[in-house]
Design a protein around this ligand. Sequence first.
Ligand SMILES: Cc1cc2nc3c(=O)[nH]c(=O)nc-3n(C[C@H](O)[C@H](O)[C@H](O)COP(=O)(O)OP(=O)(O)OC[C@H]3O[C@@H](n4cnc5c(N)ncnc54)[C@H](O)[C@@H]3O)c2cc1C
Length: 463
Amino acid sequence: MPNLEWDLEVDVLVAGAGGAGLAAAILAHDAGASVAITEKLPRPGGNTAISTGSVPGAGTRFQRAAGIEDDGARFERDLLALSGSHDADHLVHALAHRSAELVEWLVDDAGIRLDIITDYRHVGHSVPRLHAPSSRKGEDLTNDLLAAVSRRDIPLALSSPVVSLLQDENRIVVGAVTRSADGAELRIGFKKLILCVNGFGQASDLVRRHCPEIAEAMYVGARGSEGEAIRWGEELGARMGNMKSYQAYAAILHPHGELLSWTTIEKGGILVNEQGDRFGDEAIGYSGFAASVKAQKGPVTAIFDQAIYEIAAREPWFKEILDYGAVKPAGSVRELAVALEVDERRLGAAFETYNRAASGEIADPFGRTEFGVAPLKPTFWHARVVPALLSTQGGLMTDAEGRVLDRSGERIPNLFAAGGAVAGISGREGGIGYSSGSGLLHALGLGWIAARTATREIFSESR
Ligand SMILES: Cc1cc2nc3c(=O)[nH]c(=O)nc-3n(C[C@H](O)[C@H](O)[C@H](O)COP(=O)(O)OP(=O)(O)OC[C@H]3O[C@@H](n4cnc5c(N)ncnc54)[C@H](O)[C@@H]3O)c2cc1C
């Protein structure tokens, strides 16, 4: 008989204090449940805190005020156009159609400060629909979520990873064990558990197994993402989905480790290899293009011009990377060739072909059709970049209400999940299906939906 004596009992236990966990805890509390959050690391926030904090919402009042027409059906079409059909099409539908309600709930009920971004659309969106803190920093989004948790007096235990799940004699999940840094264990009983522990980017064995294409690239996501949801899910017989899918980034500044804003490429910038040649359609996006950057043998350089620089400089964090000296100017193609140590004629030919394509004179040899404000004119700006894995996009299968499913498609009682722990909405494999904002939409959106389902079940069961 399992030992089911508890040190603490709550209605809803939330494992993980990133975007999914904090949103879930706030909703569950506001729906009347007793809630506790337990976080592995000494600091909350996970990937959410190091993201750029962009949350898509289709049909929000903020879009309407900016004159942007949008709705859930259009958003769903956009997402599926990039990702193709995959294991979690039902989550695409649910999240796209509820995204406006989510963004307005975040602002109105949770007190999160978000602005509609109209300067750029970013990958996968046919209209501007990303909403972000004015700093464009996930840290500010996280701080606002934490403030909402604190205003509600929701207990949040740091440095307290969930180390195991406990089942009763009927194999129903009813409790979890957390272990603090000094080895002290706490047994927490719950009515519902919401797993918000993100994916497995930090677990190199799981990345090699499921996403070998990106396994050798640097991982720049949060270090708490060690894949516990997958390991527990396997033990509990959970169904997994979209396991080969990931979110990557094609342009991490080297050696600084910061993201070069993709606005620089979306607005017309290019990437060249150590011969000074372009090697693909950069406009497929920062995630999809990462595999092409990884396939280059030598250094890769991102290049954009003064007009693009001025657009990107409207983003606060772009100014910060300028301070590192990671992005340098060159007054001509010759100067650029000298700085990159490439053949001037070859680089010049790459520029000429690209600029003619951007002017509509010829078709781009790599099929690029969106050129922003290109053709590129001096002054040029250049930065050495490398690809990186940001987050894995495969995980537990849930239904559209956030309930974890077993291998036969039945729900696993009491178990909910959201965010990077769950099969994502970015396609079945690779990095190409990732639309900007899909990670946070999944985390905040499914966290909010799962908490609503969990609390509804608690109150209907206790009737
Ligand atoms: C550099 C970067 C930029 C990005 N920019 C964007 C963006 O602008 N928009 C977007 O939509 N997405 C973006 N993403 C992706 C996005 O950040 C993630 O998809 C999203 O934050 C996942 O949220 P989450 O709550 O599932 O995980 P997280 O935010 O990582 O939270 C999970 C938490 O669980 C904790 N945890 C792990 N294991 C345990 C355990 N056993 N017990 C208790 N706690 C545990 C972790 O320490 C962590 O705090 C970006 C990612 C990166 C790396």
